[in-house]
Design a protein around this ligand. Structure first.
Ligand code: MLT
Length: 330
């Protein structure tokens, strides 16, 4: 896979496997952890979920004193990976990083093989990431108003990239459709990493992706930025208007959290949570995430309770929106 800038290249090369064995500095009590831990990422390498995972994996490995392997398990908008972790041993050696898609999947997938609230223990929230609506370098529109007019006039030919039903990019596309009344031609990928590659190569026209993935390309002028999906402009992208400024009723923020299978022992959950908190307080992690518009959550939100509460709220928030839009994965 092609990494588009030095920031991605650094992570892709350096933290595919995080090996830090520091005897005597385990975060938890008991025997855990006694062997390497696998972090399962539900989307492709080089995308925003992968980036956040690899960023925190280094300091978490250091805190836990064992190796952390990052494994990308793509497919079905993140549900393939979530099902795999739901069915894994409840021993803390298989950990899922997932995002907002954990809350939309129960509505999008009527036959979902797991229940987010019942089949997992929550470790804690990680980040909240704004999204950006962006176009390929050669795509004609230059502003959000022009984008909406252009898509309206060229509905049969314009393409919108997403990472499958259940991906944040798919949710953002759905909100775009609801707000504009337009029915987009969607091109699904296994993650927004490969989708961004095709966008940069002018093979798809536009997409909505997380700032952790788009900030560098926007600042480098490599893509056409139309809007940020937040109520206020971002400090990191001060020149990019909000969706509201462009007349689009679309607000969405992507949140990430860590999960282990249900019935994982409390001491294991506590050890992983302590390592997560340490990672989020790591100066390099905090700086990197903040520069990408997605500062780490505060310590009171990096908890199992705050995580569970947000997941419960988000499942209820998105259910009627998705049902009204009539989208399901069959
Ligand atoms: C990714 O990591 O590829 C993204 O989070 C996919 C998405 O949800 O749009």
């Amino acid at each position: 896979m092609r990494y588009r800038n030095s920031r991605r290249r650094t992570f892709g090369a350096s933290i595919a496997t995080v090996a830090l064995v520091l005897a005597g500095c385990q975060a938890g009590g008991g025997d855990y952890p006694a062997q390497e831990i696998t972090f399962v990422v539900p989307f492709s390498a080089g995308g925003p979920t992968d980036l956040v995972t690899r960023l925190i994996a280094g300091p978490m490995a250091e805190e836990l004193g064992v190796e952390i392997i990052v494994q990308n398990v793509e497919g079905a908008g993140g549900t393939v990976a979530a099902e795999q972790v739901a069915n894994a041993e409840a021993d803390g050696y298989t950990v899922l990083m997932h995002h907002i898609g954990m809350s939309t999947a129960p509505t999008l997938y009527p036959n979902l093989a797991y229940q987010p609230l019942e089949d997992f223990e929550m470790i804690g929230l990680v980040t909240e990431v704004p999204m950006t609506i962006i176009g390929s370098p050669e795509f004609e529109p230059n502003t959000l108003e022009e984008l909406i007019a252009y898509v309206t006039d060229n509905l049969d030919t314009v393409t919108y990239a997403n990472a499958g039903i259940g991906a944040a990019s798919q949710l953002c596309g759905l909100l775009f459709e609801t707000a504009t009344g337009l029915d987009l031609t969607e091109v699904p990928y296994e993650g927004t990493g490969p989708a961004m590659d095709d966008l940069l190569g002018n093979q798809v026209d536009f997409m909505c992706d997380q700032t952790t993935s788009t900030t560098d390309d926007i600042l480098a002028g490599a893509v056409k930025p139309y809007a940020v999906t937040t109520a206020e402009r971002l400090e990191t992208l001060p020149d990019i208007p909000t969706t509201e400024e462009g007349g689009l009723d679309l607000l969405v923020t992507v949140w990430h959290g860590l999960y282990v299978p249900a019935d994982t022992p409390q001491e294991v959950v506590d050890a992983l949570n302590a390592a997560l908190v340490a990672a989020l307080q790591d100066e390099d992690v905090a700086t990197e995430l903040t520069e990408l518009g997605a500062p780490p959550v505060t310590e009171d939100r990096a908890t199992p309770d705050a995580h569970r509460s947000l997941l419960e709220d988000q499942i209820e928030l998105w259910r009627p929106i998705i049902e009204d839009a009539g989208v399901t994965a069959g």
